[in-house]
Design a protein around this ligand. Structure first.
Ligand code: C2E
Ligand code: MG
Ligand code: MG
Ligand code: MG
Length: 286
């Protein structure tokens, strides 16, 4: 009986793999046409300046509204896009849309720096700098209003390629940020060479801040070291008042997380920046 049970489980498993595979093929085809069909949207999450307690800039986070499956998270479709060679087109859309939004907000009297996420494949494109410069020019946006976030582990994948891309972007006047710091294994001497302005401490360290002395020691050390290297520090994934207070004590420059605001539409962000904050978030008006 045990053997039979195992056998049927096996059949079930194969059936699931098959439907998963069919799913993947379908999703891949859908992803291919998603840009043209206008199914992508950028949401924006504030990075709050911990000194002035005001919104300093926002991170753009990509959303895919699938016509039948609803919203599909970037952790699912970004890796697919990378695998299927679609990240170039999607990345181009993100750059253009972020620049368009910066210009649209400026027309509404809101000057906002926007950080976009750049994937390892985009870094390897070779003409990333030219593509970004073209989008900035198309929308007449000051390069200093755009920031590129690149994860520490992506930056470590190909050191010379990263160095080249960072140098090119910095020369173009675009700000650079090292994302998810603490999850990769970068050497300090390498980080020192990159013309980054900002370092974002990974959410996993922030999560443990209130309960773990070790996490607190690591965050303290990363902030001191970053400041010594001239980098501003952002804490990502701040969810509680306690975490926020510790980070302010440790002189963290900017705080980002659900405690302040979840990622929101461009329109909602205008309201948020003007002080119409939803209940439950801290009032940061001066
Ligand atoms: P990330 O760049 O590290 O972005 C932070 C993620 O944490 C976002 O998830 C954000 O919604 C989430 N988050 C923010 N605050 C909190 C919090 O307090 N608690 C928790 N639990 N989560 C919080 P999201 O939007 O699902 O994006 C996931 C990842 O997908 C991003 O991680 C980024 O690596 C990637 N991604 C998103 N948009 C793009 C894009 O346009 N291009 C590329 N290449 N990657 C993107
Ligand atoms: Mg990011
Ligand atoms: Mg991050
Ligand atoms: Mg992350």
């Amino acid at each position: 009986a045990a053997k039979q049970g195992g056998g049927s489980r096996h059949v079930l498993y194969e059936a699931r793999m098959e439907s998963d595979a069919r799913d993947q093929v379908e999703l891949q085809a859908d992803l291919r046409s998603a840009v043209a069909r206008g199914e992508f949207e950028l949401h924006y999450q504030p990075k709050v300046n911990s000194q002035r307690r005001r919104i300093g800039s926002v991170e753009a986070l990509l959303r895919w509204h699938h016509p039948t499956r609803g919203s599909i998270p970037p952790n699912v479709f970004i890796p697919m896009a990378e695998r299927f060679g679609l990240i170039g087109a999607i990345g181009d859309w993100v750059v253009d849309e972020a620049c368009r939004q910066i210009a649209a907000w400026a027309d509404q009297g809101l000057r906002m720096r926007v950080a976009i996420n750049v994937s390892p494949h985009q870094l390897r494109q070779g003409n990333l700098v030219e593509r970004i410069e073209a989008a900035l020019a198309r929308h007449a946006v000051d390069p200093a209003q755009l920031m590129c976030e690149i994860t520490e582990s992506a930056a470590m994948e190909d050191v010379s390629e990263t160095q080249r891309a960072f140098d090119g972007l910095a020369r173009a006047g675009v700000f650079l940020s090292i994302d998810d710091f603490g999850t990769g294994y970068s050497s300090l001497s390498y980080l020192r060479q990159l013309p980054a302005r900002q370092l974002k401490i990974d959410r996993s360290f922030i999560q443990d801040l209130e309960t773990s002395g070790d996490a607190r020691a690591v965050v303290d050390a990363v902030i001191r070291l970053s400041h010594a290297l001239g980098l501003r520090v952002v804490a990502e994934g701040v969810e509680t008042a306690g975490q926020s207070e510790i980070l302010i004590d440790l002189a963290c420059d900017e705080l980002q997380g659900y405690f302040f605001a979840k990622p929101m539409s461009a329109d909602a962000l205008v309201g948020w920046a003007r002080g119409e904050r939803p209940r439950g978030t801290v009032d940061f008006s001066p």
